[in-house]
Design a protein around this ligand. Structure first.
Ligand code: MN
Length: 555
């Protein structure tokens, strides 16, 4: 138990929240906070193990035993948070006003200590607060690891029909239910959010039209602050400070636009946002409907970075999907799903430099619609050699009857994509990719390897990485920026360019990518259109490795 996640997720130069530390004392205090983030919710926190175990309760707690309230696990908070009230700036994690709704102490009721009860998935306790009193249970929902129910038990404090009163009324309404149903503007937001979730995330594509916006509501937290159409806001030569931009019907707060992300090039967060705004039409089709792995660089490419899987506090317009974290031992959190431009810019504002989509889409998560080879060169490999190995990969795939497409990784190597019908399992595809990579490594034994251990690989070798074809893995999307010197971008290539071996991965960056698209168009478009069947490839793949040696290194 610790506060590392809590601290990494926040920029304490901007947020008034306490940095905090793990405390030695354990005084069994609790707090319930009313949090006017982009989505109003309540945070329920119990002191134990030196921290505050925390849950986000969308509808708030209830004294009515009939009202079981969803409570989503969030990161441990420091005990200093018991006293915290204040306004977290827009654009920061959980931006919005935070106020104490209730506080007091609790007494454990169930068997065993608090932490072991939690581990078992059922915590029983009695609250002694101003508003909340009596016995409660927190129960983990079966099969949904991060989700719990907060339930009032029957006792003298239980109250059928009890209604939660907000401390800060919203839209003139004092209760949460009234707000949810009829808040000015809230209706629209709810409708939109709902539509977005059911309509395969198709929303946001209308973001292109900044003018002609329909009835527009700036929302609670942007009241009184100016909202500028995104196209106009990003026209400024130098982007500075904070601005709320209108993207389609959404408002995206952009903050600290002058923060330097690439020190050598003096490129800022504003430059990153501007790039994603310009490129949105081209990159979005590769992100649409796919869970995105979010790695944040809030202080630029030389600062600390961290993976943020849980986007529990994202604004309404951001589509999310609960998924198990791959490395998290069955822990389930909300992933951002690629959708419109507003989400693209929202992520950029969080310092997410890259776009890392899954190989499959939410509607069909178990079946990737492309697979990839990541040619990752060791020290001192000439780019010409990387091009040669890419061509060998293309040719091996061609022998299986498969077309493939190349792009720069934006780092040092090349990526090769094979678009497929989304009907094969990750396991089937990983098996095929391994056979192909192994064949490539055999044909170019002088330059390429499938050895996973960096140490054993030998310097000067290109790793034909086929291991990214598992569920939850990803490579940087086409047109994704990379957190590398030069603000390089992953650029789709023509095979003829790879054959000429003249291009370099550093040739493409956030300043010239649009110009290249202007000349070449979107070279990766076939990756979305060409849905290749693999039946024949599966059959022929076994043959790849027979007699492979006879071909010689330069076949
Ligand atoms: Mn919160």
């Amino acid at each position: 138990m610790g506060l590392e996640t809590y601290q990494k997720m926040r920029d304490f130069r901007r947020t008034p929240e306490p940095r905090g530390r793990v405390s030695k004392a354990n005084r069994r205090r609790f707090v319930v906070q009313e949090h006017h983030a982009s989505k109003l919710h309540f945070d329920f926190r119990l002191e134990m193990g030196g921290v505050l175990k925390s849950w986000s309760v969308p509808r708030g707690p209830s004294l009515d035993p009939a009202q079981k309230r969803l409570a989503v696990e969030t990161e441990d908070h420091p005990v200093e948070y018991l006293k915290f009230e204040g306004r977290i700036p827009q654009g920061e994690y959980g931006g919005g006003e935070h106020m104490r709704w209730d506080s007091g102490t609790y007494r454990l009721a169930g068997e065993g200590d608090a932490l072991s009860q939690l581990e078992r998935g059922k915590l029983e306790f009695e609250l002694d607060g101003e508003r909340l009193r009596g016995a409660f249970t927190l129960v983990r929902m079966k099969g949904r690891v991060g989700e719990w129910l907060l339930i009032k038990k029957q006792d003298e404090f239980a109250e059928a029909g009890w209604e939660l009163r907000l401390r800060k009324p919203v839209g003139g309404k004092e209760t949460l239910d009234a707000k949810a149903k009829g808040k000015a503007g809230g209706g629209r937001q709810e409708q939109e959010a709902g539509a977005g979730r059911s309509a395969k995330g198709a929303r946001g594509s209308r973001g292109a039209g900044d003018r002609g916006v329909r009835k527009f509501d700036t929302g609670e937290e942007t009241k009184g602050e100016r909202v500028v159409p995104v196209s106009r806001a990003l026209k400024a030569k130098e982007l500075k400070g904070d601005v709320n931009v209108r993207v389609g019907v959404e408002v995206v707060p952009l903050t600290n636009l002058d923060r330097v992300y690439w020190p050598d090039e003096k490129l800022t967060k504003g430059d990153l946002v501007r790039y994603y705004d310009e490129i949105s039409k081209y990159i979005l089709p590769y992100l649409e409907g796919r869970p995105l792995i979010m790695k944040r660089y809030p202080s630029g490419i030389r600062g600390q970075s961290f993976h943020q899987h849980d986007v529990n506090e994202a604004p309404d317009f951001v589509r999310t999907v609960p998924l198990e974290v791959e490395d998290g031992g069955g822990h389930e959190v909300n992933y951002i799903v690629g959708s419109g431009k507003a989400t693209l810019l929202y992520m950029a504002n969080l310092g997410a430099i890259e776009r890392h989509p899954w190989h499959s889409r939410v509607e069909n998560l178990d079946h990737p619609d492309w697979f990839v080879f990541d040619l990752d060169p060791g020290e001192g490999v000439r780019f010409e050699t990387i091009c040669e190995v890419a061509l060998t990969t293309r040719d091996v795939l061609a022998r299986l009857g498969l077309e493939s497409y190349a792009k720069t990784s934006g780092s040092r190597g090349l990526h090769i994509y094979v678009p497929v019908k989304a009907i094969y399992s990750y396991e089937q595809i990983a098996g095929l990719a391994e056979q192909v990579a192994t064949a490539v490594a055999r044909e170019r034994a002088d330059a390429a390897t499938v050895e996973r251990s960096k140490r054993k690989r030998g310097r000067g070798m290109i790793y034909v990485d086929h291991m990214q074809n598992a569920r939850g893995k990803s490579v940087a999307a086409p047109y994704s920026v990379r957190p590398k010197p030069g603000a390089t971008v992953s650029a789709p290539l023509e095979w003829a360019e790879v054959e000429r071996k003249k291009i370099r991965t550093g040739d493409f960056d956030i300043k010239n990518m649009m110009e290249r698209i202007g000349r070449k168009g979107d070279l990766f478009r076939p990756v979305l259109k060409k849905k290749q069947a693999l039946g024949e490839a599966f059959e022929r793949a076994g043959g790849l490795l027979e007699g492979g040696r006879a071909r010689g290194a330069r076949a």
